[in-house]
Design a protein around this ligand. Structure first.
Ligand SMILES: [Zn+2]
Length: 78
């Protein structure tokens, strides 16, 4: 692989991980979150408990590779 900027062959490719943590915002909890939790606990205690235990955590991770030129320091996505 050649560097796009200086044309050097001295290029390292590395994997970069982006982690996106999807969580509800403060406004959600203020208006919906707390009473939704309350109602769910009151009326659907057992199924809600099961959902809470088995629900997968909403964490998304993306992996992409990035090239780094060792000569001029330019980085770009591959
Ligand atoms: Zn370069």
């Amino acid at each position: 692989m050649k560097c796009l900027k200086c044309g050097s062959e001295n290029v390292n490719v590395q994997a970069v991980t982006h982690v996106k943590n999807k969580k509800h915002g403060v406004i959600y909890w203020l208006f919906i979150g707390w009473w939704l939790e309350l109602i769910m606990w009151l009326f659907l205690t057992l199924p809600w408990l099961i959902i809470k235990i088995f629900k997968p955590k909403k964490i998304r991770s993306k992996i992409h590779s990035q090239a780094v030129c060792q000569t001029c320091g330019k980085t770009w996505r591959v």
